[in-house]
Design a protein around this ligand. Sequence first.
Ligand code: SF4
Ligand code: SF4
Length: 326
Amino acid sequence: MKTKNLRTIIAAAVFGVMAIGLVVGVSTGTLSGFGWDTIAALCPLGALGTMIATKTMIPRAVISLVIMATLVLLVGRAFCAWLCPTTLIYRIRDYFRSPKKRKALAEQKNAEIKAISQQELDSLKPAKDAKGHACGACGKCQPVKHGKLDSRHAVLGGALLSTAVFGFPVFCLVCPVGLTFATVLVLWRAFSAGDATIGIILIPAMLIVELVFLRKWCTRFCPLSALMNLVGRFSRTFVPVIDDEKCLETAKGASCSKCAEVCQFDINLRHPDFGELTTADCTRCRACVDACPTKAITMPLLAGKKAKGTVVVADPALEDLEPKLD
Ligand code: SF4
Ligand code: SF4
């Protein structure tokens, strides 16, 4: 089974269990406060917001933050790829896109990443960058300046500031994770008890606005991802690494970038300077591992221990690739 499908099944199963628990009144909570009865972990952002709003140190909130930090140190932003309903909704939306639209989007992403044709690439002199990589030498792709903080951290700052000003976690009202479960609840109440309020329009509408109009929610706006990024930059476990001896670009001087094309979180493993985010935001989704035609990417327990080996070309169409840029 493809990892992508496994991720969808796990996220859908967890969402389903929690949504059913919510509507039948079993105390499983939601992904913003999950557990059993009074033993429940809080969403780290909600936990932080609650402590700021009440100006009190709340043991349960502190424990939730410690759990979140430990998990992020171990598996980065895995929550985003494997559990978050927002990513699940994006995946379902992609699934229902017409094949034509999907193809157009894939082509657009390819074009953005490569930005130059193979013919142009072949004519480049010198064709490799200082590190011996095939792409990035022409200067046509614009490198991204990775600052310590980005737009998500600004949203995080705004969310915490508004909490301090208004005395309650304001962001929780618009959080897409909370809105997803709230949508389930209002719809259930409307259909089961005929209890239809304005929320039945307002809540799903807010969710749609966020996911449709703020299309890059996860990489540009989500304050929870900003919080995880602050811890994720210290994570050294299960970080994807490339074996240069197997990578088509370093071993054969060919242009590839498949790993960057598939990364939903805009990380460019081969050319980090050309990705919107860095591995501090890696969700351990394994899409790059699956997409690499030479199986050059692994996720070792400790980053820095690269796998050694000969070039294994998994896609026969690539077998006759000769170094094009030497
Ligand atoms: S770098 Fe690889 S594992 Fe990390 S988020 Fe991107 S595709 Fe997933
Ligand atoms: S997908 Fe594999 S071969 Fe292609 S650039 Fe990435 S690591 Fe190299």
